[in-house]
Design a protein around this ligand. Structure first.
Ligand code: AMP
Ligand code: GLY
Length: 424
């Protein structure tokens, strides 16, 4: 089978690495990919939202499966584009259609979905420019801290948590009246602050059946002790020690099942990954967000623990036979540590040569923001540069391996968090 993966991050390198091991793979393509995917697949220099160019590649290379990494093309309707094109309609796409991708594309849509299907989440109200005054009045009824969320996609920056009522009112005004996040904050969701510990649960569905994949926890803040600005993710571990069998049973009953049934009831076609962002409040799972894709860097710890042939699993999704697959998950823990460019998540320089990649033995390096220079060297090309994944008997041992191997890698300005797992 010929496969095309859309995306360019560590998640996509991990997907390519896993698919590369599949018995039924013939040729593997990644668009646009990075230096890591170039080493195991053919990179195609086109954008993930350039559907016409994607069509040309799919027809030209006889692609038989499209795997969509990031949310953007899904929210923009790449799956619908395939279904509506006579030449592409028979090619399976892993990733939901546009209507269901709104679970990530619109926070308000996601909240209404949860409410309708009785899925536990924070209480909320949503407001627009025309209801700004009501928004301020609503804030006055809430307890601090205040959680404000831009409705649309805002590159992970659209959630703001504020300590004081005055700051919250100012922020609401900035979002609604001054369009702080552009169109994305045309509507703002204000919700109850959930006090607990966060984790990510991944579910793969064919629209009828589902598999709950290994749990993961990522570390979003740039600074040690979870301080400083939010990033795309500075590392992750899997499984999550505080998500035991009982908690996961509760999560499956209260969250996963109603989500899959809700998609069916609402006529939202879904073949792909659902990323459920949860906060464990005492012993109860509460949903903070849905994403319609795998997480990054969670993928770099979740996929290595899955022992199945991934293309076999994807084919079962395509043919709505996921119930026939038995998921096999490694007992070992996995951990990944992300190395980022100096200055990230603020401004940073690119083009720094990455040294030591060939010295790494006991870990696997998934590349993210990398490319090759004219001498064929791997150089930095983004904020998050590479993720070093290791296995261990527990997350501590896995992390120790990653830190040791990461010591062999260097590039100018390289930074990584040395305290992952500190909260567990
Ligand atoms: P999101 O973009 O929805 O993932 O939100 C970003 C981060 O804000 C989450 O990872 C949480 O840490 C935090 N967050 C979002 N909603 C809430 C909430 N209701 N209570 C507490 N923290 C939240
Ligand atoms: N690691 C969080 C995300 O992928 O959104």
């Amino acid at each position: 089978m010929n496969v095309l993966i859309l995306g360019a991050g560590g998640r996509e390198h991990a997907l390519a690495w896993k698919i590369k091991q599949s018995a039924s793979l013939h040729n593997l393509f990644v668009a646009p990919g990075n230096a890591g995917t170039a080493a195991i697949a053919k990179n195609i220099p086109i954008g993930v939202n350039d559907f016409r160019a994607i069509k040309d590649v799919v027809l030209g290379e006889n692609i038989q499966l499209l795997v969509v990494g990031p949310e953007d093309p899904l929210v923009n309707g790449v799956h619908d584009f395939f279904l509506q094109d006579a030449a592409l309609a028979h090619i399976p796409v892993i990733g939901p259609q546009k209507a269901a991708a709104a679970l990530e594309g619109s926070k308000e849509f996601a909240k209404r979905f949860m409410l309708r299907h009785n899925i536990p989440t924070a209480k909320y109200e949503s407001f627009t420019k025309n209801t700004l005054e009501e928004g301020h009045a609503f804030l006055e009824t809430m307890q601090p801290p205040y959680v404000l969320k831009a409705d649309g996609l805002a590159a992970g920056k659209g959630v703001v948590i504020l300590r004081t009522l005055q700051e919250a009112k100012q922020e609401l005004t900035a979002m609604l009246r001054d369009a702080k996040f552009g169109a994305a904050s045309g509507t703002v969701v204000i919700e109850e602050f959930l006090d607990g510990i966060e984790l990510s649960v991944f579910v793969l569905t064919d629209g009828e059946h589902y598999k709950v994949l290994p749990t993961a926890k990522d570390y979003k803040r740039i600074g040690e002790g979870d301080t400083g600005l939010n990033t795309g993710g500075m590392g992750a571990i899997s499984p999550v020690p505080f998500a035991g069998a009982q908690f996961m049973e509760k999560t499956e009953e209260q969250v996963v099942k109603p989500t899959i049934q809700g998609l069916k009831k609402d006529g939202l076609p879904y073949k792909g990954f659902i990323f459920i962002g949860l906060i464990k409040v005492k012993d109860a799972p509460k949903v903070i967000e849905y994403n319609v894709r795998l997480g990054d860097p969670e993928t770099e710890v979740v996929l290595p623990r899955i022992e199945n042939d991934l293309l076999e699993v994807f084919q079962a999704v395509a043919s709505v036979k996921l119930n026939e697959i038995k998921l096999s998950v490694s007992e070992k823990s996995a951990a990944t540590v992300m190395a980022v460019s100096g200055g990230y998540p603020g401004s940073y320089e690119k083009g720094k040569v990455v040294h030591g990649l060939n010295e790494v033995r006991a870990s696997h390096v998934f590349q993210a923001g990398t490319t090759s220079n004219k001498d064929g060297e791997v150089v930095t090309n983004g904020g998050r540069v590479l993720a070093v994944t290791s296995f261990g008997a527990d997350f501590k041992e896995a992390l120790a391996h990653s830190y040791r191997e990461l010591g062999k890698i260097s590039f100018e300005g390289m930074h990584y968090r040395k305290d992952l797992g500190f909260d567990l």
